[in-house]
Write a protein that binds this ligand. Sequence first.
Ligand code: MD3
Ligand code: FE
Length: 212
Amino acid sequence: MPPEQLALFAEPLPEGVTILRGFALSQAGAILAEVERIGEAAPFRAMQVPGGGTMSVAMTNCGAAGWVTDLRGYRYSPADPLTGQPWPDMPALIHDLAVRAADAAGFEGFQPDACLINRYEPGARMGLHQDRDEADRSAPIVSVSLGLSATFLFGGLKRSDPQARIALNHGDVVVWGGPARMAYHGIAPLKDGLHPELGRLRLNLTIRKALV
Ligand code: MD3
Ligand code: FE
């Protein structure tokens, strides 16, 4: 069969975005076990934002640096402010999955050092934002979605640019790089549901190069 007839459907995407549908499916159980272990050492917590509010998404991290926010601002920290301990190491499984996804998207030599893990319950959302706390913006960000499906909002380089909506489902991996790297994005309030493996939860892992 000619390759143009192999796809079930075509997804037109902005330049720099590569969706690898189901790329993490075969490893979902193993990733989940790692996330549970990470959550025992570095518990999921709702962080405060500089404006004084509290995020509806619960977060933890693994890797050499972890993304944190409090009243002082957003930053990467080598230690978990909750425990004072370094974040748990990034499991090889998660590191290698991200490197293989980056390779598949044309970003060879990706050297991730941070993994932010977001946990959404029904109703949790992430407002429109840019990811600007990483030192090296030539590196892509790889995201892995598990559990309940979410509607991802993908805008442009200006907050006011129109937004596309993309469904992110269990096992989907997306690579965001090049001109997409500084795009505004967010997650619409999570719809209630029951996922066979995660129940009423969505997990999103973003694997990043945060440090120089
Ligand atoms: C596009 N997380 O943690 S992942 C975040 O599903 C974040 O939890 C969302 O936005 C989530 O910062 C979306 C997809 C994603 C992550 C980072 C990006 C898309 C991106 C950075 C630049 C452009
Ligand atoms: Fe983001």
